[in-house]
Ligand binder design. Sequence first.
Ligand SMILES: Nc1ncnc2c1ncn2[C@@H]1O[C@H](COP(=O)(O)OP(=O)(O)OP(=O)(O)O)[C@@H](O)[C@H]1O
Ligand SMILES: Nc1ccn([C@@H]2O[C@H](COP(=O)(O)O)[C@@H](O)[C@H]2O)c(=O)n1
Length: 212
Amino acid sequence: MIIAIDGPAASGKGTLGKRLAHHYGYRHLDTGVIYRAVAYGLMQAGQDLRDEAAAVAVALELDPEKFGNPALKSHEIGHAASVVSAIPRVREVLLNFQRQFAADPPGAVLDGRDIGTVICPNADVKIFVVADPKVRARRRTLEAQSRGEAADEAAILADILARDERDQNRPIAPLKPAPDAHLLDNSQLDIEGGVRAAIDIIEAVRAGRQRG
Ligand SMILES: Nc1ncnc2c1ncn2[C@@H]1O[C@H](COP(=O)(O)OP(=O)(O)OP(=O)(O)O)[C@@H](O)[C@H]1O
Ligand SMILES: Nc1ccn([C@@H]2O[C@H](COP(=O)(O)O)[C@@H](O)[C@H]2O)c(=O)n1
């Protein structure tokens, strides 16, 4: 089974994806980390984020072993990733890696912006996760503070809104729900509540399939 999770910045996709993968015994891929790794590679090399040839070269050399680098998690890299991710040839290069990940047994959960629309249009279940932007900014602020980092909630909110705007309005693979995606608004839910709501969606889809 392939579970596709999409949604805007800091909506809880990664947290949900990880928990669902654990629940079902599947592998999990946070696809945002791939774009972050390309942006990080370009920045480390002092190259322009809009330099298509340089970005493609970094994308072709990506090493998944380095996806756990904590430096990829920063707001700065998230912002840079949303610039790099709008380059069509970069997306083209990264497509097969994501599709291959999804296809390998026993099943997979992928989260991102275009999983249900472009990467896995035939996913068994598609969930589009949303939450009020202010709630998302609050959660990100608490997350940063729990790591002992200073966090400016207003700046985080502005970054979230700017990233959503760029991701929704780019010509290629824009952030949007697939027509057959199930909407999950977790603004009023805690993590456990969000996971339970997602499992309810998945089980309802499975039961519907079995009934034919
Ligand atoms: N339902 C929830 N209730 C409370 N906090 C949540 C909930 N879901 C996620 N969080 C918290 O919100 C923050 C953002 O979640 P997460 O990193 O999963 O979002 P994301 O959509 O994967 O972000 P990104 O856009 O960076 O990929 C984290 O601190 C996470 O613990
Ligand atoms: N499938 C995806 C996933 C991510 N992006 C872009 O990467 C940026 C960072 O993603 P996070 O999920 O780690 O926040 C994001 O803003 C998108 O621009 C993408 O295009 N497609």
